[in-house]
Ligand binder design. Sequence first.
Ligand code: G3I
Length: 476
Amino acid sequence: MKSPRMSGHAGARRAVQAIAAAGVLTLAAAGLPAVAAGSTLDTAAAESNRYFGTAIAVSRLSSDSTYSTIAAREFNMVTAENEMKMDATEPNQGQFNYSSGDRLVSWARQNGMQVRGHALAWHSQQPGWMQNMSGTALRNAMLNHVTQVATHFKGQIYAWDVVNEAFADGSSGARRDSNLQRTGNDWIEAAFRAARAADPNAKLCYNDYNTDNWNHAKTQAVYNMVKDFKARGVPIDCVGFQAHFNSGNPVPSNYHTTLQNFADLGVDVQITELDIEGSGSSQADQYKGVIQACMAVSRCTGVTVWGVRDSDSWRASGTPLLFDSYGNKKAAYTSVLGQLNSGQGVRATPGGISTDPTDPTDPTDPTDPTDPGQGTTSCSATYSEGQKWNDRFNGTVTIRNTGTAAISSWTSNVIVQYPQRIIATWNGSPTWPDQYRMVMRPQGNGYLAPGASTSFGFTVQHGGNWTWPSVNCTVG
Ligand code: G3I
């Protein structure tokens, strides 16, 4: 049976302790990383304390051993592709059917996996009886559904997609029109409050698609809702980015910015339904870009792909997944595994994701130097884990010019926590206002063109505290 997910830090510690206890060698002296590369998606993701999941069609678990073998081997988080949706769980009003959902939870437990719940309230896949309801009756029916389903699965769900796809596509930034929306604009927060009351320990997520590009109106609209929820104490813990990509909707160059900006609101972010149509190295590169963007954001807690093999996909003809129809690993698989094992989060840059053209219809794209409205100065700092030893670890901070004008210098604060000490640095000029704070400035010329980045590194003597340093960047 697969072991439950272990944090990268805990894993590193245990690896060190086990080897040291065996008296085999001194890792620090040998200069070896304490964490071995993962040979499966879940173990590789766990190196940076993330999960790697898949959507599961429950009927295939017993009928298709290739499918269930790959699923059990590679993943440590599962989402029911359809079995926990409203039409599946409440086919008749007040009559609940949890048989398929329960099977998934039980299979996940047997295999040491966690479960994402999908989805409590959605305009789509409503049971017939609900589709024709409206007003107070519908609002109450929806809230009862949320309460009943979240209560049934209480304690067994890592995170619920409480509300799915509530915003409109296009440039309006408006809510999607639906029977649920017509019950009143507060239907989303009402659903979140009901879910929190029913299962206080599940993370509660808002989940949507076409929210990947920071400059898109839909992304901004969801961001503003989450910001408002956080300000008013509406219980929201996470935002899910479905991440269904194809040639007409490629991975955006500012994906990291989107994930980071949401995370900065105080929520986790998760890639929840990843699939990318295509093949070969182009598909592999785009997958790599998504993983890089997630790994660059400490609150991006995991990635879920929307199915196991291409033939299992809701859009099988686009061959969008990591395994081919025979269950063979694709180039995209190798690319994702390698990226997870690199331990490196990299902010996506124009050209960094090969098939991402600048959106010509967006006049405010900060990555497009031909757009008007340039002249803002800002920078970001992103922490990436480096090597780990039993007494110390390395970290890298990537400083990026996120404005539209060039900057001539930057300042980055790196704050560690007791009993950590920074004992070495490189590629920067540090000063030390106190023992826990390092102020890093450029070594030599600090010029950065818009979109350009540079990095510096340091070694932390951790004293048993593996917490990541907090980092920031200011211009000048
Ligand atoms: O199981 C029945 C089968 O008995 C019947 O013969 C057949 C006839 O059409 O339908 C089968 O059910 C289908 C079901 O998938 C299982 O395969 C439904 O028609 C079909 O509508 C349903 O599609 C699902 C879709 O959501 C519905 O909106 C896809 O599997 C599922 O991958 C997809 O998942 C959604 C996420 O929930 C939200 N984000 C987008 C994502 C992709 O559309």
